[in-house]
Write a protein that binds this ligand. Structure first.
Ligand code: HEM
Length: 537
């Protein structure tokens, strides 16, 4: 009876092999749990596992392997469909994670919006139904084990914090990201956008080049500036910090794709961990220095009216706001302040840089859309090289539509995940405790609710609200529920400001069909030369 499959024979999805043992539809609201599939592999991934438990886990795993072997003989039951050895060898390196993720998202879309994936004995759910996604995003506040790879970097930062810490800290941080604070960043966004225009000058009239690298550098500077509020001449955040931050992202991505490094034991002995420690030392030293100096400045009241040491800064940087909260409400320790700033910097610069890259690629591909955006900018801001202000922002309606359409088709975080700590009842299924749930933002962006042209780039769809899907959860680029993106307003303002300045000065040429994409820990273009630039006459 133990070998009895749940529901009718599940259709095997070949695209998911060999990483995924088996992906199939969820059948009905069955809570029946098959003891044969207890998640034996999962405890091994738990970072808090002791050596004894690890050995115990190994023993159980051996039992599992034997069971799997038995299972192959009983193939007619169609319980499991992968070669045991192949599984253990091939999953060690995920070669094309993005392809797997896309395939599974489409599989989910075609099969009712909720599918089960058995990674060995561990159950993962891929959800593309917007209502079910919202239920999970609201009920499950804990992140699954792979977020812990970033814990060393961000600890109590919002992305990796446990739900208890997250609740308190998010409440304290929310006001620092409100519309008023964000619009006070606009002059800084304009300054940084002008710097970007100048740095791009050297590419004008040349062969296609890697604009994404320019944007990464510029957005990192912008985010550091608004988070830390350094004076223009201050060089504390320099190339070394920027490179170390980028390299830290790369180490995260590498660990993610090498499954044998998911185990804290193997990772602790790896050269990747040594590299990560060295990089963390660099970024921590830089950040600690800034925090210490700012604390001293605030203490001795050696500050300007706006509370920063930088004479030319007209906004209240995040760091000052956090120090104030620590001072007045005893809200954070120094380490927590650094973890929040590090998290915000990391969450902000890569996502915004990638979005601008894709908007420019789309505009390069569709010259008529680019012309329309340019005309709108001219009509709103005039021919002068003026700053973008909070008053003319709402008038850039078409630019807003282009941006949203790009975010829909190229979401910088194509999926988010949650740990299922207790059974979750969805519209038609129940997700079982112990599993991991992946909410596919990529999948929901291509849901049938968007219409038959869901795959196409059509900014116009955003101009007619009645033509948009009636379910607002289906546009979830910034995630869903309470643990959604805190920097949404920041992102929209920064991106629009950069685009306005770049498009006023340059015409971009590109072809989205020649650009491939990749996703490890972040989503980005895989093609190195994405665009060509010409000066606007
Ligand atoms: C186009 C740009 C952006 C996109 C698409 C985006 C998307 C997302 C998504 C999908 C999440 C949920 C992550 C998860 O649950 O694993 C998230 C969280 C977060 N984002 Fe963004 N983001 C963007 C820009 C920004 C910016 C500019 C900032 C900061 C200024 C920021 C700060 C954060 C933070 C701190 C979190 C964690 C929130 C929490 O758990 O309470 N993001 N973002």
């Amino acid at each position: 009876n133990k070998m009895k499959p749940r529901g009718p024979s599940p259709p095997v999805y070949p695209g998911a092999l060999p990483l995924i043992g088996h992906a199939h539809q969820c059948y009905g609201d069955s809570k029946q749990s098959n003891s044969f599939y207890r998640p034996l592999y999962l405890p091994l991934l738990n970072q808090n596992y002791t050596l004894l438990q690890f050995l115990g886990g190994l023993a159980t795993n051996i039992r599992l392997v034997l069971n799997l072997a038995k299972c192959r003989i009983l193939y007619t039951y169609k319980i499991l469909h992968f070669e045991v050895l192949q599984y253990f060898i091939k999953i060690c390196i995920i070669s094309d994670f993005w392809e797997i993720l896309k395939n599974l998202s489409h599989f989910s879309l075609e099969n009712g919006g909720v599918v089960e994936i058995w990674m060995g004995p561990h159950i993962m759910y891929m959800i593309t139904d917007p209502d079910d996604s919202m239920i999970v995003a609201t009920k499950c506040m804990e992140k699954p084990y792979f977020y812990e790879f970033a814990t060393e970097m961000f600890k109590n930062g919002l992305i990796t914090a446990s739900s208890t810490t997250w609740k308190t800290h998010r409440r304290l941080l929310n006001p620092s990201f409100n519309q008023q604070v964000m619009t006070s960043f606009l002059p800084e966004f304009n300054t940084q956008a002008r710097n970007l225009v100048v740095s791009l000058q050297s590419e004008v009239g040349k062969e296609p080049f890697d604009i994404h690298q320019y944007l990464i550098k510029q957005l990192l500077k912008t985010v550091c500036q608004t988070s830390l509020g350094l004076a223009t001449e201050d060089k504390t955040i320099d190339v070394e910090y920027a490179n170390a931050t980028e390299d830290l992202f790369a180490t995260l991505a590498e660990r993610f794709t090498r499954i044998y490094l998911h185990l804290s034991y193997t990772y602790a002995w790896s050269s990747l961990k040594t590299k990560q420690d060295q990089l963390l030392k660099i970024t921590r030293e830089v950040m600690n220095k800034i925090i210490y100096r700012r604390k001293e400045e605030l203490k001795t009241n050696n500050k300007t009216q706006n509370g920063t040491s930088a004479k030319d800064v007209k906004f209240q940087p995040l760091l000052n706001q956090l120090l104030e909260l620590a001072d007045t409400q005893d809200a954070f320790t120094d380490d927590e302040i650094r973890e929040h700033v590090d998290t915000v910097v990391a969450a902000a610069y890569d996502t915004t840089a990638t979005t601008i890259t894709f908007v420019l690629i789309m505009l390069g591909t569709y010259p008529e859309v680019q012309n329309r955006v340019y005309k709108e900018i001219q009509s709103v801001l005039g021919n002068e090289d003026t700053d973008l202000t909070k008053d003319n922002l709402p008038k850039l309606v078409y630019l807003d539509a282009v941006l949203k359409e790009t975010l829909r088709l190229y979401p910088p975080s194509p999926c988010v995940a949650r740990r299922i700590d207790s059974d979750v009842k969805l519209k038609n299924y129940t997700l079982r405790t112990g599993g991991t749930c992946i909410l596919s933002i990529y999948g929901m962006s291509r849901h049938a609710m968007w219409g038959a042209d869901a795959d196409q780039f059509k900014p116009e769809r955003w101009l007619d609200p009645s033509a948009l899907p009636s379910n607002p959860n289906v546009f979830c680029t910034f995630s869903l529920g309470k643990r959604n993106c805190i920097g949404r307003v920041y992102a929209m303002l920064a991106i629009k400001t950069m685009l306005v300045h770049v498009l006023r000065k340059y015409i971009v040429f590109g072809d989205v069909n020649s650009v491939t994409t990749q996703f490890t820990i972040s989503f980005k273009p895989a093609t190195a030369s994405q665009l060509r630039l010409e000066l606007r006459s």
